[in-house]
Design a protein around this ligand. Structure first.
Ligand code: A3P
Length: 305
């Protein structure tokens, strides 16, 4: 199929909240070799940014991946500041988004890597992220000019209640979850989209890195492979978190290591009730259909043959 025969995604709406301004993409000037790393959030974004930075910079240590790879639709700093900085970049750009497909400007030439994670793992990760947000975080999202909608609230005081609120109010107090997964799943067969799952990356990180390299058409220098693997490991990223985490972790109590928290799935297993799991799983099927819901829960590794 040629590019002109493909039905490329078209933006149909804007999305704004305390964190987000989707209009920033409207003024973004794509380059053909841009790489966009996309997730709902708390799904391996930073990990994938680190992987891509390691592929682009041949396993170099200390690459400031977070600074090089900003979250484009984050409304702070505003587009007047962010976009000129991106124009100045001379290396192959790798950017981050948390938008669903219907709220982004989609380039047929750029390459998109989308990573999904079971919603229960996402909520557990978000709880840690949110419960450790410091005053500077609340001040930035609530008081910077341009906020649309209600202020960003403090979290519930435990992960189970946090999960319940997140599920019942679709992503609350962050953004909607199901539309994000569904819209990226729907475009998974486009030639410039690579869909990955956090559980598959955990089960076989070397395989995931090679898949990403192939998709991005970046040849791996085999003598750099051990360094690439080391720098993308959880242990290394936890111990050297600052260059890979937004604002070097300044917005969290405990700093960058709070962001690279545990890197495990299933921490909810002994904490949610059967009823919680039944509600989550029923909602996933209702919102995503059975095939996508199963993939979201297990990735490809865990799928039944
Ligand atoms: P946990 O909070 O469950 O530990 P994001 O970057 O999308 O916000 O995702 C953050 C999650 O990815 C955190 O999950 C973090 O620990 C995990 N993570 C970051 N680097 C990782 C790595 N190298 N291996 C495994 N998990 C990693």
């Amino acid at each position: 199929m040629t590019s002109s025969e493909i039905e490329w995604p078209v933006k149909t709406r804007e999305f704004h909240d305390h964190h987000t301004d989707s209009t920033i993409w409207n003024d973004f000037k794509f380059r053909d070799d841009d790489i966009i790393i996309s997730t709902y959030a708390k799904s391996g974004t930073t990990w994938t940014q680190q992987i891509v930075s390691q592929l682009l910079f041949d396993g170099a240590a200390g690459v400031p991946a977070a600074e090089m790879s900003p979250w484009v639709d984050m409304r702070i700093p505003p587009k007047e500041v962010k976009l000129p900085e991106l124009e100045k970049q001379t290396h192959r750009r790798f950017l981050k988004t948390h938008l669903p497909v219907d709220a982004i400007v989609f380039s047929p030439k750029a390459k998109y890597i989308y990573i999904a994670r079971d919603g229960r793992d996402v909520a557990w990760s978000f709880y840690n992220h949110h419960a450790n947000a410091n005053e500077a975080y609340y001040d930035a999202v609530n008081n910077s000019p341009g906020r649309v909608g209600p202020p960003f609230e403090r979290p519930a005081d435990n992960a189970v209640d946090y999960f319940r609120g997140w599920l019942e109010n679709d992503g609350h107090p962050y953004w909607p979850f199901w539309v994000n997964i569904r819209t990226w799943w729907e475009i998974r067969d486009l030639p410039n989209v690579l869909l990955l799952h956090f559980a598959d990356m955990k089960a076989d990180m070397p395989g995931a890195i090679r898949k990403i390299a192939e998709f991005l058409e970046i040849p791996i220098k085999e003598d750099k492979w051990p360094a690439i693997l080391e720098h993308c490991s959880f242990e290394y990223m936890k111990a050297n978190a600052e260059p890979t985490v937004p604002l070097n972790g300044a917005l969290w109590d405990g700093g960058a290591q709070t962001f690279i928290h545990k890197g495990t799935n299933g921490r909810w297993k002994d904490m949610l009730t059967e009823e919680d799991n039944r509600r989550y799983e029923a909602k996933a099927i209702e919102e995503l259909g059975p095939e996508c819901a199963e993939w979201l829960a297990y990735g490809n590794q865990g799928r039944k043959p």
